[in-house]
Each structure stands twice: as structure tokens, then as C-alpha cells.
Design a protein around this ligand. Structure first.
Ligand code: ZN
Length: 375
């Protein structure tokens, strides 16, 4: 496992904007306080080559950003900024997704099966020809095209659990049957970008490969875990991707100022464990998350969930007990409590109530996608 990160991301900075360097600083500072920090493999990316960026974005878009930044930057649109350094930083952020992909593909042994690119600016709103929603280039799409060209991989799945619909990622692969995009997000009638309804299911050859799960405001861990298990389990099994990407946004947290979804750290711990269990090659990329404390703790839960040995190797007895899944769960040194996926499911699924609205969303998705997937 590896973390891909560079302090150079801080050069894309506007302290008056909610998407600023305090976000990745909060994540890295929190990580650095953990007792396992010196065991983390933190690797710096290099800037993405232009040919990889141009396999996703139009030359007009790339040139526009380059020129805009050379002139000193400013506001690209109502909510997306660039500085004189942002073009280079956006190339580095895309390079982070390529680096994370390389690490997972070239892994030396089986335990190196995931990488997390903690990068800025984020990517999932950037379309092939436009920056929007704080995003300049589409990091995940650039990594997919890189893997297609360099490694000849054919089938990709992207699971996006940022609270916003990743309209850029969806648009780029909308006609592509080899990239299955699954997004769970707050109902687009109530949140930016106003897209991501169930019937936006892909087009042409790609019909059936854009799967949206729009969740009502107020949805919580129970709703998310329940519906994701119902959908991701059968769909991932059937689609059988060679690589699984996670667009990891933490802005669905209860304390996040941009959303009305009520997730906690337990959800981020669950999704990390669930995804790594479903697929042996997982590449995660940071997207949103704007309450600094929640972002730092949620991403910590996510990182540890995919590699509990980070916690457990502190103490030999703890490590030897690891196979006995429920014999020890409290790791005091590290401030957060490690919970296994099964324990989280028990806590949130056994006693709690799933609203009829969420049940209805599941049955609409099953109806819509039954021609493409067996649920
Ligand atoms: Zn978001």
C-alpha cells in the first residue's frame, strides 16, 4: 500500500476559497500524528505528461488553462479558481493518479494492492472541455486512459462516493461500455451539479454503464451501507473489472458544510474495507471534503480500513490475534477505534430503519438496470 502526495499541491491556493491547501494539510497533519506514520510509504508524484492529459481533455481546454494561469489566474467560473501555479499543480494532481495506478499495477507483492492519491485540485467535475466545481483536469479519467494505453487493460470500474455527482467523469465515459461509473451522491435536485439521476444511464454502447444512486438529504450510514451492498455486490461481480477506482470524497460527512448527507467515520471505514475485499487492485483518489476535522478523521479511517496492519503491527500480540477478527478491536495508541466491516454492518444494519424512500430508489435502480445486470 502507498500514499501518493506532494506538498507542491499547496501552490494551487486561494485562502478565501473552501477548496484550499488547509484540506490536504489537515489530512497529512493528522496522519503524521499517528503512531504508524513512519511505516507509511509516502511517494511524490511527477507531473502528468501532456499526451496523457490530452487523451481525456481537448487541446483547447488544456491550452486555455495554461494561458489563463500564465496571465496570473483568477476565477474560471463562479466556483472554480486558478492561480499562476494552478496549471502545473493540476498536471501534478493528475500525475498523482497515474503514480498511484503504476504502484498498484507494478506491486511487488500481494499486500501492495492499494494506493491512495491525496491530491489537489480534485478532478471529478472536470469534463473533457471544461473546468468546473473546483476541478481543473479529470484525474481519474487520465489514469484510466493511461492504464488502457500503457498496460492494455480493458475493463474499469469507478466507484464515486463524493457527495456530489462526478458529472465530468460520467460525461467522459458516458458512451464507453468498458468503464462502469457508479456514483452515490446527494439527490441532484438538492445539490450541485444538478445532474446524476437514475435515468442518466449512459448512451450508445455505454448504455447501462453509468449507474447513479441519488440519496435523499438526511441519508446516513445505514442507508448508504444498505444500498451499496445491494448494488455493488452483484454489479461488481458481473462486470468483473480489472481495476477498481474509488473517487474518495469525504463531503458526505455529517459535519460537512456543503451537503445534507449524514455519514460518519464508520462509513468511510466500511467502504474502504468493502472495496478492497471486492477487488484486489484498488486505486483511490481524493475528491471533496470541506470540514477539516471530519475530512482528516474520515480519510484516516479510510486509509486504516484498507490496511489494519498499520494499527496492529504496533504490538506483536495484537498482530497474532488478527485472524480472530473480533477478539481485539480497541487500539488505544491511535486515537480512533478500528472497527471491522462486519461489526460496522451489525451496528448500522441490524436494528436501524431504512426509509421507504431509500427502498424505492433501490427498486428503481434495479428496474432500470435489469437489462444490463442481474441483481
Ligand atoms: Zn464533492
Amino acid at each position: 500500500m502507498a500514499i501518493v502526495y506532494s506538498p507542491e499541491y499547496n501552490k494551487h491556493q486561494d485562502k478565501f476559497h473552501i477548496e484550499n491547501k488547509a484540506r490536504t494539510d489537515a489530512i497529512m497533519n493528522n496522519l503524521s500524528k499517528q503512531s504508524f506514520f513512519n511505516k507509511l510509504n509516502i511517494i511524490a508524484p511527477s507531473r502528468a505528461d501532456l499526451n496523457h492529459v490530452l487523451s481525456v481533455h481537448t487541446p483547447e481546454h488544456v491550452n486555455f488553462i495554461d494561458e489563463f494561469c500564465k496571465k496570473g489566474g483568477g476565477n474560471i467560473d463562479f466556483d472554480t479558481y486558478a492561480t499562476s501555479q494552478s496549471y502545473q499543480t493540476a498536471l501534478l494532481s493528475a500525475g498523482g493518479s497515474i503514480k498511484a495506478s503504476k504502484l498498484v499495477l507494478n506491486r511487488a507483492n500481494k499486500s501492495e494492492n492499494w494506493a491512495f492519491s491525496i491530491s489537489r485540485p480534485p478532478g471529478h467535475h472536470a469534463t473533457s472541455n471544461k473546468s468546473m466545481g473546483f476541478c481543473i483536469f479529470n484525474n481519474v479519467a487520465i489514469a484510466v486512459e493511461y492504464l488502457r494505453k500503457t498496460y492494455g487493460l480493458e475493463r474499469f470500474c469507478i466507484v464515486d462516493f463524493d457527495v456530489h455527482y462526478g458529472n465530468g467523469t460520467a460525461e467522459i465515459f458516458y458512451n464507453d461500455p468498458n468503464v462502469l461509473y457508479i456514483s452515490i451522491h446527494q439527490d441532484p435536485r438538492t445539490l450541485f451539479p444538478g445532474k446524476g439521476f437514475i435515468d442518466e444511464e449512459g448512451a450508445a454502447e455505454g448504455k447501462g454503464y453509468n449507474l447513479n444512486i441519488p440519496m435523499p438529504p438526511g441519508s446516513n450510514n445505514t442507508d448508504y451501507i444498505w444500498i451499496l451492498k445491494e448494488i455493488l455486490g452483484p454489479v461488481l461481480k458481473e462486470f468483473n473489472p480489472q481495476i477498481l477506482f474509488a473517487e474518495a470524497g469525504f463531503d458526505g460527512h455529517l459535519n460537512d458544510p456543503l451537503s445534507r448527507i449524514e455519514l460518519t467515520e464508520d462509513f468511510y471505514s466500511w467502504i474502504g474495507q468493502y472495496l478492497i475485499e471486492k477487488h484486489p487492485r484498488l486505486i483511490s483518489l481524493l475528491e471533496g471534503g470541506y470540514d477539516l476535522k471530519s475530512l482528516a478523521n474520515s480519510s484516516l479511517s479510510f486509509i486504516v480500513s484498507m490496511d489494519p496492519y498499520l494499527f496492529l503491527s504496533e504490538n506483536k500480540n495484537e498482530k497474532s490475534n488478527f485472524t480472530d477478527k473480533f477478539s481485539h478491536l480497541q487500539i488505544n495508541k491511535s486515537k480512533i477505534k478500528y472497527k471491522f466491516k462486519e461489526e460496522i454492518e451489525k451496528e448500522y444494519l441490524e436494528k436501524l430503519y431504512i426509509s421507504s424512500e431509500v427502498k424505492k430508489i433501490l427498486s428503481s435502480i434495479k428496474d432500470n438496470f435489469s437489462p444490463y445486470f442481474k441483481f
